[in-house]
Design a protein around this ligand. Structure first.
Ligand code: ZN
Ligand code: ZN
Length: 126
């Protein structure tokens, strides 16, 4: 599939990359739209996103699409979905006190996990 892969400060390339295999609890989305956020611009210019950026990574964290493959019991092929890109650890002091937005171990699709600037994206069901 085609994807916009970020390699670091101002280095973004459109490439063909492997379509990833799904783990249990993940869905594969055919990306229908992906916004370009101010955060994407910051990342492109070498700054951090909501989490530490770890290139090479497919950017794009504001996206939606159609489920085309699933290993989740919560989603079916054909479902239309929008994605919450932030993945909270659920175990740090902030997650446990109901403030996951302050999670100390935040990971995020399109920041340090491959995101939506691609034809397809793998997304955890939660
Ligand atoms: Zn954003
Ligand atoms: Zn946490």
């Amino acid at each position: 599939m085609k994807a916009a892969v970020f390699y670091g400060n101002k280095n973004l390339k459109i490439e063909d990359i492997e379509l990833p295999e799904l783990e249990k609890g993940e869905i594969l989305i055919k990306v229908e739209a992906c916004g370009i956020c101010g955060t994407d611009i910051h990342i492109f210019n070498g700054e951090e996103g909501s989490a530490k950026v770890s290139p090479p990574v497919v950017l794009g964290h504001e996206f939606c699409g159609t489920v085309v493959k699933t290993r989740s019991e919560l989603f079916s092929v054909g479902d239309k979905v929008s994605v919450d890109p932030n993945i909270y650890c659920g175990v740090c002091r902030f997650c446990r006190s109901g403030k996951p937005q302050l999670c100390e171990n935040l990971t995020a699709l399109g920041v340090n996990l491959n995101g939506g600037f691609a034809q397809y994206a793998v997304v955890p069901e939660k």
